[in-house]
Design a binder for this molecule. Structure first.
Ligand code: PHE
Length: 433
């Protein structure tokens, strides 16, 4: 165990770090392309409803579990009910699978930063991305570089590493995002882009879209694998659980929406299909940046922004597993970091290669990369979240009282947590699969 339990040095640092965890590739890379593929505004509406009414509940539970038990995910769940230790390990397995595809994208970002710095822009980004991502050496190397860079922060500990990184990178990120979004809405296609985002077409509504929206909501809030439990365990005593939960949701959603406002006008201005998929940010956007005056600066700004978003989330992902390893395998922070890196490297390299050498290795019609993404977001996160709600509602002795006290908010929360959220999660999971 880490003997003197670390704490955030202030409430603000806690909020910044948690927002840093939540705001990541999920908001800027995944959200726009998933929204593009799932009908635009109707997806946004479903997503917002799920976040505001459903996801806030497990988010509050995870923060509360962290603050009450003040330990890693496995021990916290074990303390709730010793029979559920396996579930703690499942959460850690989930959180380890995420960087195995997330950091592949991190490696691509490093490569794009380099192209824009060296101003060595390819003539055609679509050909470039396809040929680059299918190579063996560079993409693998950069996935590993991104892993080592990210791991270097939790390696140094909570205050000196994680907190410092977030306090510097997140304000820079916010500033860059606002500059880019203001720029995007002055482009000629802005109106079309904004209509795509904000005018829902109800004919596009379907069950698998709802599951996708739920998966995206959980992924973007970092719920369902113990990351929020871990960051919550470093909370100061005077940090308020519910207010922190709402602040987190507010910022995360705001940033996802601003990212959309930044991306869709650009996409529509240049006649790219918003449903271009995972490559939207790596093909369509750079293609467009290259045509703009000052292209290398805009491109560079965008990919640095993406880099900050990815690394601050990556730190929280690794920290969840690292703290669990420190406490359960009784090893030092440094050894735990190394162990997590070795496991992530072993799985992320095949995922990196699934765009080239291993593209033929497919399970259920999905490459290794797509499978990791689908398995975590659409299956493990909803399932884990369901169990977290059931455990918090039925196994913790009046969690609601500890959070709200005996009042109308507490009673309402308790009923929603025990009955309504689990039923909705089960329905979405079963009908979407
Ligand atoms: N929420 C992060 C994002 O949107 C990803 C993440 C997932 C972070 C799981 C921590 C844990 O990019």
């Amino acid at each position: 165990m880490e003997n003197n339990k670390p704490q955030w040095s202030s409430h603000l640092s806690f909020i910044i770090a948690t927002v840093g965890s939540a705001v990541g590739l999920g908001n800027i890379w995944r959200f726009p392309y998933i929204m593009g593929k799932n009908g635009g505004a109707i997806f946004l509406l479903t997503y917002l409803i799920l976040i505001a009414f459903i996801c806030i509940i497990p988010l509050i539970c995870e923060l509360a579990i962290g603050k009450i038990y003040r330990t890693d995910t496995i021990n916290a769940l074990k303390e709730i009910n010793p029979k559920f230790k396996w579930f703690g390990w499942l959460c850690i397995a989930t959180v380890i699978l995420i960087p195995c595809f997330y950091f592949v994208v991190g490696g691509w970002i490093l490569n794009y930063i380099w192209i824009f710095i060296s101003n060595n822009l390819p003539a055609n980004f679509s050909d470039y991305f396809t040929s680059y991502s299918s190579q063996i050496f560079m993409p693998c190397l950069l996935t590993l570089v991104f892993l080592v860079m990210t791991a270097s922060f939790p390696y140094r500990g909570v205050n000196k590493g994680i907190e410092k990184a977030n306090n510097i990178m997140m304000p820079l990120f916010a500033l860059m995002l606002i500059v880019m979004a203001v720029y995007a809405v002055t482009l000629p296609g802005a109106k079309e882009g904004l209509e795509f985002m904000f005018r829902p077409d109800f004919t596009q509504f379907n069950k698998s879209m709802v599951l996708t929206a739920l998966g995206q909501a959980l992924f973007t809030l970092s719920i369902g694998m113990g990351t929020i439990i871990t960051y919550g365990s470093y909370m100061k005593d005077d940090s308020h659980i519910v207010k922190s939960g709402y602040t987190l949701i507010l910022f995360d959603t705001l940033i996802a929406v601003i990212a959309g406002i930044m991306i869709f006008p650009i996409v529509f201005s240049f006649g790219v299909a918003p449903s271009a998929g995972a490559s939207l940010v790596f093909i369509a956007l750079p293609e467009i940046f290259a045509k703009l005056p000052g292209s290398s600066i805009i491109g560079l700004l965008f990919f640095i922004l993406l880099f900050f978003a990815a690394i601050t989330s990556g730190i929280s992902i690794l920290e969840t597993a690292i703290l669990a390893f420190i406490n359960n395998l009784k090893i030092s922070r440094q050894k735990a970091t190394l162990l997590v890196c070795i496991i992530v490297a072993a799985i992320s390299l095949p995922a990196t290669l699934s765009f080239g050498l291993l593209s033929g290795v497919q399970i259920a019609n999905k490459t290794i990369f797509d499978l990791l993404d689908y398995l975590t977001s659409n299956i493990l996160l909803p399932f884990n979240t369901l169990l977290i709600c059931l455990l918090s509602g039925w196994c913790v002795n009046s969690l609601w009282k500890k959070i709200f006290g005996e009042n109308i908010f507490g009673y309402t929360f308790n009923i929603i947590l025990k009955f309504i959220v689990p039923v909705i999660l089960i329905c979405v999971l079963v009908s979407g699969l």
